[in-house]
Ligand binder design. Structure first.
Ligand code: ACM
Length: 280
C-alpha cells in the first residue's frame, strides 16, 4: 500500500482556510491512506472555551467530516484526521477515519495534554481498531491514537493487541521526544506507525507553544521509513505491505505479543509519587 501524511501549519480558528489548504495539497494524491494532523481545521492552543465552541463540529455530520468524505471519494484514499468534536455540550479532541465509500469511524483522544484538560473531556471510546482497505481491495487493520497518547505505551499496545497493522497518529507535538519514541512504539508492537504533525507557533495571551514538525513513518522493525522537516509543508508517502506487521515472531522461540505475561504486570500505580502540580 501507499500511505503517509500531510504536514502543514493550520491557522488558528480558520477552518475554511485550513480545509482549503488541505484540499489543494491532496487534489492530486496517489495514496491508499493519508493522515492529517491533530485539530487540523482549528489550530491547537485555544484561548478560551468560546473559541473551541466556535470551531468544534459533530462527527460525522459536521462540515469537516463531510469535506473529508468528498476528498476520500474523489481520491480513493482513506483519510484519518484530527478535529475538535462537539457531542451536544461535550467536546472531544477526536480523530475521524473516513473511507472512500463514505463510512466513518471515530476515536476520542484519551490522554489530554496540558490545557486540553480544561477544554476537552478525555476520550470514552477506548482504543478501537477498524478494518480498512487499499484501492486494490487488500484489507488491513487500522488503529488511531492522537498526539500525547504516544507518551503512554499502553495506547499503541492496546491497538496492537487488537490486531492493528497500521497506527494513524494525528499530532500537534510540542515535546521533543516523540520522533525518537515512535520507532520504539512501532518495534515493540510490530506495527507501522504514521505520525502526522504540524509546525508553527500559537500564542495564548501569556505563553506560546511551538510545534516541532518532524512527522514520521515507521516500520514494524523500528526503522524510520521517513522523517519530515522541522518547519515545512510536506506530503510524504511510503510503500509497504501492511500484512508484514502480522509476523510478530522474534525468533523460533519468541513472539512480540504472544510472549507477554500479563498476569505478572502491574497496571495500577501503588507507590505514591510527588504531589501533582496544579500550576504550570
Ligand atoms: C499534544 O498532545 N498535542 C501535545
Amino acid at each position: 500500500m501507499k500511505a503517509g501524511y500531510l504536514q502543514f501549519a493550520p491557522q488558528y480558528l480558520r477552518p475554511t482556510e485550513n480545509r482549503d489548504a488541505v484540499a489543494d495539497h491532496i487534489s492530486t494524491l496517489d495514496a491508499d491512506l493519508l493522515v492529517l494532523p491533530e485539530l487540523f481545521t482549528s489550530g491547537y492552543f485555544f484561548q478560551s472555551q468560546a473559541h473551541l465552541q466556535e470551531v468544534a463540529e459533530p462527527i460525522p455530520d459536521g462540515t469537516t467530516t463531510q469535506a473529508l468524505r468528498e476528498w476520500a471519494s474523489a481520491t480513493g484514499t482513506t483519510l484519518v484526521a484530527g478535529l475538535a468534536e462537539r457531542d451536544g455540550e461535550v467536546f472531544y479532541n477526536s480523530a475521524v477515519l473516513v473511507r472512500p465509500d463514505g463510512s466513518t469511524e471515530t476515536y476520542r483522544k484519551v490522554h489530554l495534554f496540558y490545557e486540553e484538560t480544561e477544554r476537552f473531556e478525555p476520550g470514552n471510546l477506548g482504543f478501537p481498531v477498524f478494518e480498512a482497505s487499499t484501492r486494490d481491495g487488500t484489507s488491513y487493520m487500522l488503529g488511531m491514537m492522537v498526539c500525547f497518547d504516544w507518551y503512554f505505551p499502553e495506547a499503541a499496545r492496546s491497538l496492537a493487541l487488537q490486531g492493528a497493522d497500521v497506527i494513524a497518529h494525528p499530532s500537534n507535538l510540542v515535546l521533543p521526544h516523540c520522533p525518537d519514541s515512535m520507532p520504539v512504539r512501532a518495534r515493540e508492537n510490530h506495527v507501522y506507525t504514521i505520525t502526522a504533525n504540524r509546525f508553527g507557533t500559537e500564542t495564548n495571551e501569556t505563553e506560546s507553544l511551538t510545534f516541532i514538525g518532524m512527522s514520521e513513518i515507521c516500520a514494524p522493525t523500528g526503522d524510520i521509513l521517513h522523517r519530515g522537516p522541522r518547519d515545512e509543508v510536506e506530503i510524504a508517502i511510503e510503500s509497504f505491505d501492511p500484512h508484514e506487521a502480522r509476523s510478530r515472531d522474534i525468533n523460533r522461540y519468541n513472539d512480540t505479543l504472544g510472549d507477554r505475561r500479563p498476569e505478572t504486570y502491574v497496571t495500577e500505580q501503588t507507590a505514591s509519587g510527588p504531589e501533582r502540580r496544579t500550576t504550570h
